[in-house]
Design a binder for this molecule. Structure first.
Ligand code: ADP
Ligand code: ADP
Length: 218
């Protein structure tokens, strides 16, 4: 599904990624662990087109996403992948429902269809009753579920998550982790998750350990 080869990245003189190869299978949940500064976030950002590598390529299906530019890149980002961050970045002035459907509106889908899908997703995520609330009226766990629904609204094939439960209490974190696997089972999405949470890392189908810009175990 996703194949990255020979990924290298420099920040000035700092060689942050030193030739990373990664393969993510269809419907596979892969965790990326390792010490702070190892290059995990940088790798995730490159796999997810949020950052560019200096060397190497990332292919998703037949598409070389390292070469995508402009409109094609925007369309790819909006339709094929979803992102979940430690801090959910929900828009404070919009309701949960509005936050969820915004990527769908950007993709040009009908608002009516999107609201139906938002309700369905919120149901699966256990926040159906919270859709008309603004982020400030929701708990941390609820906010993160709304952010997950937003990441899923365009049915992406791959979800990239950077410390998705880093800001949650242990019960909410556990619920969120179980959710990822339910979503995978239900929709067949692949997940690539950078995490310091040992339990989540070990639940994954595969755990990649990064150290000093390389993957040291497969
Ligand atoms: P991790 O996610 O494993 O903690 P990062 O990918 O965030 O590691 O960072 C790897 C290294 O790259 C660190 O030394 C970090 O300071 C550096 N780095 C990350 N982003 C930037 C940037 N935008 N500019 C300069 N250095 C960066
Ligand atoms: P993480 O928890 O993922 O390791 P960091 O604190 O390393 O997060 O990085 C947070 C953000 O700051 C990222 O977008 C990263 O690219 C950027 N960043 C990290 N280190 C540096 C750096 N030395 N110089 C500039 N930007 C950096």
């Amino acid at each position: 599904m996703l194949v990255a080869k020979g990924i290298e990245k420099y920040y000035g003189d700092l060689h942050v990624l030193k030739g990373v190869d990664v393969t993510i299978g269809h419907g596979e949940v892969v965790s990326i662990v390792g010490p702070s500064g190892a290059g995990k976030s940088t790798l995730l950002h490159i796999l997810g087109t949020l950052d560019e590598s200096d060397k190497g390529e990332v292919k998703v299906g037949e598409t070389n996403i390292t070469k995508l530019k402009g409109d094609k890149l925007a369309t790819y980002r909006n339709n094929e992948i979803g992102f979940i961050f430690q801090f959910h970045n929900l828009l404070p002035e919009f309701t949960g429902e509005e936050n969820i459907i915004i990527p769908g509106l950007i993709a040009g889908r009908s608002e009516k269809e999107l609201k139906i899908r938002a309700k369905e997703l919120a149901g699966i995520l256990g926040v159906a009753g919270r859709l008309q609330h603004k982020p400030s009226e929701l708990s941390g766990g609820e906010q993160q579920r709304i952010a997950v629904a937003r990441a899923l609204i365009n049915d992406p094939k791959i979800i990239f998550a950077d410390e998705p439960s880093g800001n949650l209490d242990s019960k909410s974190a556990q619920d969120l982790h179980e959710l990822f696997f339910r979503l995978r089972d239900e929709f067949g999405q692949s997940f690539v998750i950078v995490t310091h949470n040992q339990e989540l890392a070990e639940m994954a189908d595969r755990m990649l350990t990064m150290q000093d810009g390389k993957i040291v175990s497969l």
